[in-house]
Design a protein around this ligand. Structure first.
Ligand code: PEP
Ligand code: MN
Length: 358
């Protein structure tokens, strides 16, 4: 339930409503917005005396939220959430964010050459898996901790933030101290313990849709994170399983467009894992942006035929450059402390806290 206050409601009036709810044993959360302040009442079994609430000064209306997800919904927060990863901004009217890099980190040379190439083509962020959720136990499982160290080193050298997938709560500390953004992959979207433990780190999270998850299940997974007090969540449509076998998955643009309406959280698209083949990546990428995606995450390899994972769907550096020509005139987000300083008008070293990712 949502108690919407008049736009002119004074803070004492808002506080009085919150106090009345708490006195009745209800959980009330203040949801401030630029147009209105609302108070969310969630997960409560206690009786709500709506008639009394409606007579309190400053109260405009009571809305019954029928959707099972609350904090991620536009009913609760009508305005777009902006997620900050160092100087990169996802959501709202920010330019689409371009994340690119290898499926898996394989070596320093491989990572550096790809990161440098994608940066030159206009990528804003680097991706790279160090802990790989492979279907077969015999496939390359990633470099683990060493992979994260390489990502940190290369990201710092090239001044571009990175995102990498966490598989286990055993690695929380490693990611807390090293990652700029933490990915929860399709296979772990339903791992609610992991979602909550990662949420508690307070870092930005890239949450990928499970390959058989409905929109409702996807948004409820995000709800687990917001419910822990972390609003820095970017959703990712990465393709779903259907009867169609001719491509790896189906990029579900219906759901992407629907989620833009339903939720205030930014959503990006992963055309690489959807397609499973490099020659479908560019058309799917363009379709996703046209459907309203706030960015793309694309797998790129310097030698796709030698890649230790997902080579078939990886663009080489030339093909990535070709794709990015489409977007270069829409501009590239500036990253690093200089960009933050420009935005905040503060000195580079003091502007860090304003845009810090946690
Ligand atoms: C990945 O991004 O490397 C990955 C494994 O993706 P997904 O979880 O979407 O399969
Ligand atoms: Mn991959």
């Amino acid at each position: 339930m949502l108690i919407v206050m008049h736009s002119a409601a004074r803070s004492e009036q808002i506080d009085a409503v919150v106090a009345a709810l708490k006195n009745s044993g209800l959980n009330a959360e203040l949801l401030p917005g630029s147009e209105r302040t609302a108070i969310g009442v969630m997960g409560n079994k206690a009786f709500v005396d709506e008639d009394r609430l409606l007579t309190m000064s400053g109260v405009k209306e009571i809305i019954h939220v029928t959707k099972p997800y609350k904090l991620v919904s536009r009913e609760f927060f009508p305005e777009d959430t902006i997620v900050h990863v160092k100087g990169v901004q996802f959501g709202g009217t920010a330019k689409p964010v371009h994340i690119a890099g290898p499926c898996a980190v394989e070596s320093r040379e491989q990572l550096f050459s790809i990161a440098k190439g994608v940066k030159e083509s206009g990528a804003d962020m680097l991706r790279g898996g160090a802990f790989k959720p492979r279907s077969s136990p015999y496939s390359f499982q990633g470099l683990g901790e060493e992979g994260i160290a390489l990502l940190r080193e290369v990201a710092d050298e090239l001044q571009m933030p990175f995102v990498s997938e966490i598989l286990s709560i055993e690695d929380l500390e490693l990611f807390e101290h090293n990652a700029d953004m933490i990915q929860i992959g399709a296979r772990n979207m339903h791992n609610f313990d992991l979602l909550q433990r990662v949420a508690d780190l307070g870092k930005p999270i890239l949450l990928k849709r499970g390959m058989s998850a409905t929109v409702e299940e996807f948004l409820l997974a995000a709800e687990y994170i917001l419910n822990r007090g972390n609003k820095q969540v970017v959703l990712c449509e990465r393709g779903i399983r259907t009867f169609e076998q001719s491509t790896r998955n189906i990029l579900d643009l219906n759901s992407l467009a629907l989620i833009r309406l339903e939720s205030h959280l930014p959503i990006i698209a992963d055309p690489s894992h959807s397609a499973g083949r490099y020659d479908l990546v560019a058309p799917l990428a363009k379709a996703a942006i046209a459907a309203g995606a706030h960015g793309l995450i694309v797998e790129v390899h310097n030698k796709p035929s030698k890649a230790l994972s997902d080579g078939k769907q990886s663009l080489d550096l030339e093909r990535y450059e070709e794709l990015m020509k489409e977007y270069r005139n829409t501009g590239k987000q500036e990253v690093g402390s200089e960009a933050r300083a420009k935005k905040t008008g503060m000195k580079p070293e003091t502007s860090q806290a304003v845009f810090s990712s946690s």
